[in-house]
Structures are given as structure tokens and as C-alpha cells.
Design a protein around this ligand. Sequence first.
Ligand SMILES: C[S@@+](CC[C@H](N)C(=O)[O-])C[C@H]1O[C@@H](n2cnc3c(N)ncnc32)[C@H](O)[C@@H]1O
Length: 275
Amino acid sequence: MPAQRPGAYGADVLDPLPRARPRPPSDVVARLRAAGCVFAEEEAELLLDAAGSAAELDRLVARRVAGEPLEQLLGWAEFCGVRFVVEPGVFVPRQRTRLLVREAVARAAPGAVVLDLCCGTGAVGAAVAAAVGDVELHAADVDPAAVRCARRNTAGAVYCGDLYAALPVHLRGRVDVLVGNAPYVPTGAIALMPPEAREHEARAALDGGADGLDVQRRVAAGAPRWLAGGGHLLIETSRAQAPATAAAVTGAGLEARVVRDVDLDATVVIGTAAA
Ligand SMILES: C[S@@+](CC[C@H](N)C(=O)[O-])C[C@H]1O[C@@H](n2cnc3c(N)ncnc32)[C@H](O)[C@@H]1O
């Protein structure tokens, strides 16, 4: 595992300098590979670093082989070059969500008010804040475990509750950039997700209702009340769901466009309020 130094937003920035690392025992790599871990060598090194003893390493490997997400075993996930705390059950930030960050950063001027709704670990808002350098960051989530993580991972204000009901009224009409990676998996598709997700991430982090858009629709419907003039709402979605997500954004009175990154397999719908 690379050495760490404190990050500007409460999390740890990964040190790019390579360091000599002890090699994990070959049987550990073999157990992980047999369990289907594609990056068995790298995972073994990370678990070795995380374990305080041979017995603890054995326990961590057993839990990984049984299907627990690597990030929840380590207690952190890397996202946009920063290490974020992840408690058990909390959604692990996905690499595709870098598109959401990129598009938000492009729209956040210095001094912008940024709101990360459905923030999970808070990684999205924190990454935007780190890239822009000077933002007023607010974040909210309904899951107390996620809120605990976000409070450790960001320097912003983090609220606990159901979408906009969690927010202080003074934010109304002031948000320049509202990012929302709300749950968008259709209920019927959850059974098809990898066990790492469906058994170890909170149901509320995944389940978006019958067509996956229940929470997104509520995010879109509420956004105009909180956005500043000319402000932007950015919602991560899937390629297949993008037209319906865009319709929800348009239905809320915002001008919608869809941005896609093929390499990340990522789709973001961006709604813009009238100036
Ligand atoms: C897909 S996860 C995304 C987390 C984070 N934004 C990220 O990209 O890593 C969705 C998050 O939405 C939260 N959530 C679901 N329903 C919510 C609601 N009604 N109000 C607030 N947060 C909600 C979940 O607890 C979960 O943390």
C-alpha cells in the first residue's frame, strides 16, 4: 500500500512514490485467486498491509474469499486519487462516478456552493471540493453510517435525513452545483448484482424502485427550489435509463443534456436552471 499523507479534505491523499513492500505469502494469493479475485496479487498486498498479524491476515482473507468487498475490509476506498473511509454497509464509490466529478468541477467556479445529495462516503463532493479548491460544500445522506463516513471524509457540512428534508433552509436558492448519485438500480435487477454489492452494501444505497428512478425523480423535482439562478443539477444514471432521467429533469423545469463517457461506462444527466 502506498504511504499516506494527510489530505486537504479530511481523507488521505495517495502518495505516488513507489516503496519497497513485503510480498504476501503465496498461499494468500492462491486463495484469493481461487475465489475469483482478478487482482489477487494486489489485493493480497493490501490485506497484508492492513493486517496486524498472521492470524488477522488469515481472517481478512477468509472474509474476502467469502465475498466481502475489499474496500470494506480495508476500511477505505480510493477515488480520484484520494483515500476515503468506508464503513461496513456503506456504498463503495465506483470509478465510473469520476465522470460526475469531472462534469461538476467544470461547472463549479471558485466560491461555488456545492451540494452532494445522497453523498454516501462523501467522496463525490470532497473530490469536487479538492479539484476546485474553494467551495462551500454541503452533503447529505439518509444512512447514519454514510453520514459518519462523510463527516470524516469531507470538511463540508454533512446532514442526515431524507433528501432535501435534511437541509438547512438557508441553502434554498443558493446551490450552484447539485450532484446526486442517488440509487438507480431497478428493484428486480438487484438480485443480478454481484454479491459484494447486494449482500454488503445497504439496500437503500442500491434500490431505486420499480424502474430504478424513484429517488432520482424526487431529486429532480426538488432541485429548482434549491438551485441558484443558472445553477446545475448533475445526476449519475445508466445509459439505458438516461432518457427517463432526462425527462424527470426536464419535467422539473430544467434544461437537460446527457453526457456519456464510453471508457468509464458512465452517464450523467445535467439539468440547468434558468439564469
Ligand atoms: C448509489 S449510493 C451513492 C453514494 C455516493 N454518492 C457515491 O457516489 O459514492 C446512493 C446513496 O444514496 C443514499 N440515499 C438513498 N435514499 C436516500 C434518501 N431518500 N435521502 C438521502 N439519501 C438517500 C444511500 O444511503 C446511499 O448512500
